[in-house]
Design a protein around this ligand. Sequence first.
Ligand SMILES: *Cc1c(COP(=O)(O)O)cnc(C)c1O
Length: 393
Amino acid sequence: MRCAKGIEARQVDELAINIDPIQVGGRLTDDAMNAVIAYGDGYSVCDNCRKPNRLDHISKPPIAEFHKDVAAWLNMDAVRTVPGARRGFQAVAHTYVQKGDPVLFTSLSHYTEFLAVEGAGGIACEIPANDQNKVTSDAAAFKIEEVKQQFGRAPVLAFIDHVDYQFGNMHDVKAIAKVCHQYDIPVLYNGAYTVGILPVNGRDLGVDFVVGSGHKSMAAPAPSGILATTTERAAEVFRTTAIIGDVTQRKFGIKEPDMMGCTLMGVTLIGMMASFPQVKERVKHFERELENNRIVVDGLLAVEGTKILSEMPRKHTLTRADTIGSFDKVAESHKKRGYYFSGALEEKGVTGVIPGATKIWKFNTYGMTQKQAVYLAEVFVEIARENGLAVKE
Ligand SMILES: *Cc1c(COP(=O)(O)O)cnc(C)c1O
């Protein structure tokens, strides 16, 4: 089946249980799928754009209302949509970071945060995670003092990932933000793995910015995401244009330079909006997702020699496994080497594990049914038995 000459139709989630860490929270709802077809044309949301001409003011389709709803949902004051979480980081970095400024990250921060700061000329200062791979407020305080010693001033901005992409561990953003605020450092909450997955309350966390990824965690097409902030910070990051053309004397009204005027002008925004009612509902049931994760983790741990490198009990469905003492042992002598593992998973209808990986790898159980979780746990045990590995009863 093809969409066009040379382009195969993609049928991954239709044909297998997908456990790819970055894909499971971004799969479209049926409503988003329909919206994508209806709003596929370029600039399709602009039919009813009226003065003062800005995306977040359009009322038909209800884009303005969506912005208000997302702000209320996150308990923040103002929201803009952005082409991916990374573009949210970029807008904030561009607003607060100047050349040579120290910026706070963690040793588990995502590369897109680094690139956003690099673009603004900032310097990366990482709060080291502890031996449990957790970032603590004590470590944050220590790092800020260290930065002050070195730079003669505190960092100008902090990027804190609530759930990191490496271990799926949950870090105490609220306590870290409190420490940062003692030094007047604005805090960006990176919710790439949380906004749209579990409840997020920006005001309660005490953060200045909440960034979410539409295509990672809000069942939306790529590239999409949200940037939410407080009224105070909105005046800074969502400031309006002041530039004037010297020949024409043109001004550009209420366009926002860090949003480049308008952001998501079609299928991405409408897709995110179409999924939003279901996304709002699904975050209330995250404990079911953790229960499914537990079933799968138990299956893996039944294979002797397997370790889970993420914190236990799990607080998120993204999980890092160490199978050096189990599945990797088979790879040493298997004729397909490490590929036997991903191959066997594929044969049993499971996709999303990096082909060839048998040492340290990640999976995400988000969005599967309990029946699928039970099946997946059995699959790991079955592959172990088929390859002569010991399984605990
Ligand atoms: C995926 C991810 C990002 C990037 O998100 P985009 O929406 O693709 O820009 C940023 N931070 C973390 C922690 C992520 O996991």
